[in-house]
Design a protein around this ligand. Structure first.
Ligand code: PSV
Ligand code: MN
Length: 389
């Protein structure tokens, strides 16, 4: 179907992008973490910043937490704080990669005591989920080896399965595991969940409460990511996205900054698979770090970039496309798609914002609001939040 304006506005009304709490903390590379004045010092302040992104985009009312980065004494207080700001707590990300014990892995570690510790960390995440009302447990593991022979690849797959099974079976019926893959980093020889195939096979072996997460920065250069989207949506196994963009590795840059056409192609598969609908339950999350730029505008721009590409996908002239495809008219088919991609969707998005009472020029209006200056004044002292702190 080709969407008319009202239908496009309906899609935009329902398209929520979940923001990572860690995007609001300081981050950097292994060479340097730069700090910014006004950076949040705790999860409460991070959620205040999330609420700003939502205020200026109308599309970012959910925040994803990372445990233990976002540990607080009282999660019901954090939930209440979020709700007062119009924000919902969404996915809980487990973190079993920053403890000395996990040097040789977490859920795949050769030592059963360390595996126990890593499983328990996930069971704690499930407790947090119960308190905050979250349904999604996102698992990304840094597990792998650096040298051939360091450990048995197949034994590690078995350990992974056993560990995940225990976590899966501890979930409530309406919860799910989202298993994220990445083909490199920090392990250099092999990674235990390197690709969508491994994630899929592991999820399928668990039962019906596990799906795959696709982080756009976790593939070899040149990988056709939209093909993976098509395959996983076809199987009903795509649970979530971590959107970001990259020039070289897992750069975690602003979505749509490096390759807007790739973002368009990915979203196009989502649209054609009907995976925007609430029943498909695909979670559209950002997983980004703002090493240099201000974090709130960085997140606002990411949301706008995703919306711009999404609207282009909805503007594809479906009848002409199907006709050209049926007739084997390659160039017309390609042109129909490229016409939509070449459309400037910003005026339509501005109109949508006007009609919904959302600030017309999100980045400029946020800058003019003085929020960042105020945060700089208010957030003096204390320890700024950061990736890994
Ligand atoms: C790993 O590179 C990853 O993509 C996982 O999603 C982590 O949770 C996140 O980055 C941490 O920034
Ligand atoms: Mn990720």
């Amino acid at each position: 179907m080709t969407y008319d304006k009202n239908q496009i506005f309906d899609v935009l009304d329902n398209f929520i992008i979940e923001l990572p709490s860690w995007a609001f903390g300081n981050s950097g590379t292994r060479f340097r973490v730069f700090s910014t004045e006004g950076t949040p010092r705790d999860p409460f302040e991070k959620i205040e910043d999330v609420a700003q992104v939502h205020k200026y985009t109308g599309a970012a009312s959910i925040v994803s937490l990372h445990i233990p980065w976002d540990l607080v004494d009282d999660f019901s207080k954090l939930k209440e704080h979020a709700e007062n700001l119009g924000v919902t707590i969404g996915t809980i990300n487990s973190n079993v990669f920053q403890d000395e014990d996990y040097k040789l892995g977490s859920l795949c570690n050769p030592d059963p005591k360390i595996r126990r510790k890593a499983i328990d960390a996930h069971l704690k995440c499930i407790d947090v989920m119960r308190t905050v009302g979250s349904k999604d447990l996102k698992i990304w593991l840094a597990d792998g080896t650096n040298y051939p022979g360091q450990d048995s690849i197949s034994a590690r797959q078995e350990r992974l399965h056993e560990s995940l099974q225990e976590i899966h079976d501890a979930l409530d019926d309406d919860m799910r595991i989202l298993l994220e893959y990445k083909f490199f980093e920090p392990a250099f020889y092999h990674t235990d969940v390197p690709d969508w195939g491994t994630s899929l096979v592991q999820c399928q072996a668990l039962g019906d409460k596990a799906q795959v997460v696709l982080d756009t920065g976790h593939h070899a250069p040149g990988t056709n990511i939209e093909f993976i989207v098509a395959q996983l949506t076809r199987l009903g196994m795509l649970g979530a996205f971590d959107f970001n963009s990259r020039f070289y590795a897992d750069d975690d840059l602003i979505a749509g900054a490096a390759d807007p056409f790739q973002l368009f192609r990915i979203l196009r598969e989502i649209v054609t698979a009907g995976a925007l609908s609430a029943e498909k339950n695909v979670n559209f999350m950002l997983d980004q770090c703002h090493n240099l730029e201000d974090k709130i505008p960085g997140e606002i721009l990411s949301v706008l970039n995703v919306q711009e590409q999404l609207v282009k996908c909805l503007l594809v002239d479906e009848d002409s496309l199907i006709k050209a495809q049926k007739e084997g008219d390659i160039l017309t088919a390609n042109q129909v798609l490229m016409d939509a991609y070449a459309t400037d969707t910003r005026p339509l998005l501005k109109e949508w914002r006007q009609s919904r009472g959302i600030p017309e020029n999100p980045l400029q209006d946020f800058a003019a609001s003085g929020y960042l200056d105020q945060a700089k004044k208010n957030r003096q002292g204390g320890q700024q939040a950061g990736w890994g702190a």
